[in-house]
Design a protein. Structure first.
Length: 62
């Protein structure tokens, strides 16, 4: 069974501006005193994808 997934323009590049702390949170570093850092970074990525693909009604990425 072939389970490959194809994403149109999947190799295109995008630019998303993140703070160093946001990048560290996405890399798996825990910020015990500030749980919003990772949430902020994920929100920025979600918004960039929505803007790039012109998604109107979307649900959050998991």
């Amino acid at each position: 069974m072939n389970t490959s997934v194809r994403i149109p323009q999947g190799d295109d590049t995008m630019k998303v501006e993140l703070t160093v702390k946001e990048m560290m949170a996405l890399a798996g570093i825990k910020f015990n005193n500030n749980h919003g850092v990772g949430t902020s970074a994920k929100k920025k990525l979600q918004e960039a994808l929505e803007h790039h693909y012109h998604i109107e009604d979307s649900r959050p990425l998991n």
